[in-house]
Design a protein. Structure first.
Length: 351
């Protein structure tokens, strides 16, 4: 129910436009009867006449790339930890376990892709599984925040109690880690064009928040490596032991900021928040008002990467059928799930 007076006749139209190549014309009642509908036989449920598939266009490709990144990161992690134990290197051990945290975070993204795909036809997910990736991104952002705090804590400890550094070995380890992270970043960035979205801004339409979370983890690790290399080079030249932990604090701030931005973006999607830069509600209003109708109630939310849903309740002096308005809205390619309600004027009720 949409909060209107339901003692008068009104019409509904409900549609999905998954492949965007077909024109469907479904008319369903939502909690109340359509004027021309007939009740189903006793004990029989209304069939779901269409699926709710709102996964991103590159869902499967992004999933494959994420598993490749996990394989690369996990392999490097095992090699570094094994070498650290074999050669007694704390630098190798520390970087190996650091990589383990990022591999775990990226694993969250990979498992989210798998879960979303396996449950894509599960009717208990009312609007599909398109937002599973946003839930994973939110969890991954929390992991990233914890990593930032751990880096900050370790840096503070080393500022108060400097630790002797084997500069040549540490530079080698940081360089290897940087190379691995750059390869992983190229793999992940190729599926989502995320290089412009590391701050607090919302991703552009159709972008995969889950992939962005994995990408930020890899980039954060790469930035940590770059900062470490700079600190180690100057530290080795001038014996500035304090520089390494000082730059570690800078890394904490940068990674913490990215984490906060990812929390805001994924959290907003989970709460059906419509960002200021989202123009879809205005575009819907322009189309409906252009048909001589007025919108009484409008709800727009994201269903998955590149997919949005809308519930539109409208009124007009001479209303047209719900199918007419739905057809006009079909030009909005991001609008994949539409429910139209037309409230008829008093003259039409008494007729």
């Amino acid at each position: 129910m949409t909060g209107h007076d339901h003692h008068h006749p009104h019409s509904h139209d409900h549609d999905h436009d998954h492949d965007r190549d077909h024109d469907h014309d479904y008319g369903h009642g939502h909690g109340h009867a359509h004027p021309h509908s007939h009740p189903p036989p006793a004990g029989e449920r209304l069939p779901n006449r269409h699926s709710h598939i709102f996964l991103g266009a590159d869902h499967d490709r992004n999933a494959r790339r994420t598993w490749i990144v996990i394989a690369i990161t996990a392999t490097m992690m095992v090699i570094e930890i094994a070498a650290g134990i074999l050669f007694g290197s704390m630098a190798l051990l520390a970087d190996g376990w650091h990589m383990a945290t990022h591999a775990g975070a990226i694993l969250i993204a990979a498992l989210a892709y798998r879960f979303a795909r396996r449950n894509v036809d599960n009717g208990r997910f009312t609007f599909g599984t398109g937002k599973v990736g946003d839930l994973a991104a939110f969890a991954s952002a929390i992991v990233l925040a914890v990593v930032a705090l751990l880096i900050g804590w370790e840096s503070l400890m080393r500022l108060t109690a400097p630790v002797p550094i084997n500069f040549s070995e540490a530079i080698l380890v940081a360089s290897i880690g940087l190379g691995v992270n750059l390869v992983c970043a190229v793999l992940l960035n190729g599926g989502g064009h995320h290089h412009d979205h590391l701050g607090n801004h919302h991703a552009h339409h159709g972008h995969d928040t889950n992939l962005r979370a994995a990408y930020i983890h890899v980039v954060a690790d790469a930035v940590t490596s770059v900062l470490a290399i700079v600190a180690l080079i100057f530290g080795s030249l001038y014996q500035w032991l304090w520089l390494d932990p000082a730059i570690g604090l800078v890394g904490m701030v940068i990674i913490g900021r990215w984490s906060f931005g990812l929390l805001r973006q994924s959290g907003a999607i989970l709460l059906d928040y419509v960002p200021r830069e989202e123009h879809l509600p205005d575009e819907i209003r322009d189309i409906i008002e252009g048909e001589g109708a007025a919108i009484v109630d409008l709800h727009v939310w994201q269903l998955g990467p590149g997919h949005h849903g809308a519930i539109v309740s409208l009124t007009a002096d001479e209303p047209k059928s719900p199918a007419h308005y739905r057809h006009k809205l079909a030009r909005l390619r991001e609008l994949s799930h539409v429910t139209i309600e037309v409230d008829w004027p008093v003259s039409a009720r008494s007729a």
